[in-house]
Design a protein around this ligand. Structure first.
Ligand SMILES: Nc1ncnc2c1ncn2[C@@H]1O[C@H](COP(=O)(O)OP(=O)(O)OP(=O)(O)O)[C@@H](O)[C@H]1O
Ligand SMILES: [Mg+2]
Length: 249
C-alpha cells in the first residue's frame, strides 16, 4: 500500500446492526487523483463512503487520513481535517435558500465570519448559475443546479478529500458530462476524489483508479482504464443485470 496516500482504507468492515455489509475493504487514494467506486445496487458504495466519513463506525479495520488514523474520530473532526461528502440524494435543505445552504456547508466545517464569505465566493466561481439564485429556495432549482449546489456547499469547507455519492442521479447526460469534467479539474487542484456510481462507464474515463465492490467485498482495485477493470465490472454487475435487466452505462 502506498505510503503517501491521502486516504487509506485498511480491512474495513461495517454495516447496520447485526448485518455486516462491508467485508475487509482495502484501498488507497492519492491527492490529485479520481478513484471510481463501482458496484451494483446494494453493493455497499454508500456504506463505504459513510464509513470513511465516520457516519457509520468501522467494526473492524482502520481509516487513515493524511498519515494518521481517524477511525475513532467524530464526523465533525474528520470534516475539520479536510473530508467532505456530497451525499446520495444531495442532502439539501429544500425550503432554505441557496445562500443559506452554502453558509451551512461552511459552518459545518467551522468556517465563519469573513472566511465564510470568501469561501462561498470561491465556490460560486465554479458555478456562476448559482450566484444569481442565492435567495431562491434550493428546492426550486433544476436537478442539475441542485447537484451543483450540493457540491458547492461541500467545497465551501475546502475539503482535501471529496467523497461523491451517485452525483449523476437525476442529471441530463450533457449536464453529467460537464460535471465529470469539473470533477476531474477539482482533483487536478490537488484533492483526492472518490466517486461512487452504479453507471460507471463515463466515470472511468475521467478516473485514475477503480475499486469494484461486489456484495461488500473488493473484487478489483487498479487502473480505471484497464481491461481487467472492465472484466471485473462486467462480472460484478452480471448477477444484478440478470435479475433487473439493469443498465450500468
Ligand atoms: N440504513 C440501513 N439500514 C440497514 N441496511 C441498510 C441501510 N442502508 C443500506 N443498507 C443495506 O446495505 C447494503 C448496501 O447498501 P448501500 O446503500 O451501501 O449500497 P449502494 O452500493 O450504495 O447501492 P445503490 O447503488 O443503490 O446506492 C444493502 O443490502 C442495503 O439494503
Ligand atoms: Mg448508494
Amino acid at each position: 500500500m502506498t505510503a503517501d496516500a491521502l486516504l487509506r482504507v485498511e480491512g474495513v468492515s461495517a454495516g447496520y446492526g447485526d448485518m455486516t455489509v462491508l467485508h475487509g475493504v482495502t484501498f488507497a487514494a492519492q491527492a490529485g487523483t479520481v478513484t471510481a467506486v463501482a458496484g451494483a445496487n446494494g453493493a455497499g458504495k454508500t456504506t463505504l463512503l459513510k464509513t470513511i466519513l465516520g457516519l457509520l463506525p468501522a467494526g473492524a479495520g482502520a481509516v487513515w487520513f493524511s498519515g494518521a488514523p481517524v477511525t475513532r474520530c467524530s464526523v465533525s473532526d474528520r470534516i475539520a481535517q479536510g473530508m467532505g461528502l456530497v451525499p446520495e440524494g444531495r442532502g439539501l435543505f429544500s425550503t432554505m435558500s441557496v445562500g443559506d445552504n452554502l453558509r451551512l456547508g461552511g459552518r459545518a466545517a467551522g468556517v465563519g465570519g469573513a472566511a465564510l464569505g470568501a469561501a462561498i465566493g470561491e465556490a460560486l466561481e465554479l458555478f456562476p448559475a448559482l450566484s444569481a439564485k442565492l435567495k431562491v429556495p434550493a428546492g426550486r432549482l433544476s436537478g442539475g443546479q441542485q447537484q451543483m449546489l450540493s457540491l458547492a456547499r461541500t467545497l465551501v469547507a475546502s475539503p482535501r478529500l471529496l467523497l461523491l455519492d451517485e452525483p449523476s442521479m437525476g442529471l441530463a447526460p450533457k449536464v453529467w458530462s460537464e460535471l465529470l469534467v469539473l470533477i476531474r479539474a477539482l482533483a487536478g487542484e490537488g484533492r483526492a476524489v472518490i466517486l461512487a456510481e452504479q453507471k460507471i462507464r463515463p466515470v472511468l474515463e475521467i478516473s485514475d483508479h477503480c475499486v469494484v465492490l461486489q456484495r461488500g467485498r473488493v473484487v478489483f482495485t487498479g487502473a480505471a482504464r484497464d481491461e481487467a477493470a472492465e472484466r471485473s465490472i462486467s462480472g460484478a454487475y452480471l448477477e444484478t443485470e440478470m435479475v433487473t435487466g439493469g443498465d450500468h452505462g
